[in-house]
Write a protein that binds this ligand. Structure first.
Ligand code: SF4
Length: 299
């Protein structure tokens, strides 16, 4: 994720693939705001923004980027915004930007499940074509431990609902989220959920607990053992070996914090991606940078 904008109410985060478009805050924060690893909106109260706040920003964006092609509706779970409000916003976006091709947002599985099939179809019709779904893990024990608030089965049902409406999914997962104890089930069950979802895009990140989050405190007091570089790569290898997507997908593990930057098309690049991880595992670990915020210049 990158920070696109600073306002009084924190940062508007957006996926790197949305960096060139407009990040439009339709809500502030995250209505769940309880995942133990997440520090994005920890000190930001959730609220749905009024149209009176949003419409001037759309007009302002038109002055700067009249040929805008992408809009990402933020913050953390824009799909928690009532359907009627989202439709009004998207209608205004479509009317303002004639070449707008993609409207996307981040969503939790329970947001998706709270919308009816008819609502999702209306949102698709109005232009919502891509949802970034924070899967994190396909392992129920890991999901419980991070307080995600949804189960693996919920995630699969949510993906099926998006699919039925014709909305593409970008699924995001986090290596190391089960720590040492749950590394193998995390890898295997996450692969199983991804296979069931068969998302158009698959984003792989690596756990780096943010200072001040509950998970960081568990790490500090020794109750959560983080994977080291080798263990993380082994987990990634296990995950890739089990991936059997039913449809073409773009896989990206190019986030700054990953031990190995990977990018490829599935299914055709699967063997190459696996070989890249295996080759990385053979390298001298003493040359690798330890995964800390300080080492990446973030304090
Ligand atoms: S649902 Fe997403 S934005 Fe909200 S707390 Fe969890 S990870 Fe953070």
């Amino acid at each position: 994720m990158s920070c696109a904008d600073i306002r009084d109410e924190g940062y508007a985060y957006s996926p790197p693939s949305e960096d060139k478009g407009l990040v439009l805050r339709v809500a502030i924060g995250c209505s769940h705001n309880a995942c133990t690893f997440c520090g994005m909106y920890r000190n930001v109260g959730f609220r749905i923004r009024d149209l009176a706040e949003i419409l001037p920003e759309i007009r302002e964006a038109k002055e700067i980027k009249p040929n805008l092609k992408r809009v990402f509706l933020s913050d953390g779970n824009a799909l928690a915004v009532p359907t009627e409000r989202l439709l009004q916003i998207m209608q205004r976006l479509k009317a303002t930007f004639p070449v707008l091709a993609t409207i996307s947002c981040a969503a939790r599985a329970d947001d998706l499940l709270a919308k009816s099939a008819a609502e999702l179809a209306e949102l698709r019709e109005a232009g919502l074509s891509l949802i970034y779904l924070g899967v994190e893990s396909g392992d129920d024990e890991v999901l419980r431990s991070i307080n995600k608030g949804v189960s693996a089965a919920d995630v699969v049902r949510a993906g099926q609902a998006a699919d039925a409406a014709g909305i593409d999914l970008s699924a995001m997962i986090i290596l190391g989220l089960g720590g040492r104890k749950r590394s193998e089930p995390h890898a295997l069950n996450t692969a199983a959920v991804l296979n069931a979802l068969s998302p158009a895009m698959l984003g792989i990140m690596t756990l780096l607990p943010r200072v001040g989050t509950p998970l960081e405190r568990l790490v500090a007091c020794g109750q959560f053992e983080r994977l080291d570089r080798k263990e993380t790569l082994q987990e990634l290898l296990m995950l890739l070996q089990r991936l059997e997507v039913r449809r073409p997908a773009i896989l990206r593990a190019s986030h700054l914090f990953n031990h190995l930057a990977l990018e490829g098309d599935l299914p055709e690049d699967k063997a190459t991606l696996i070989a890249q991880v295996q080759a990385e595992l053979q390298k001298d670990p003493s040359t690798a940078k330890e995964l800390t915020y300080k080492n990446y210049g973030i304090f």
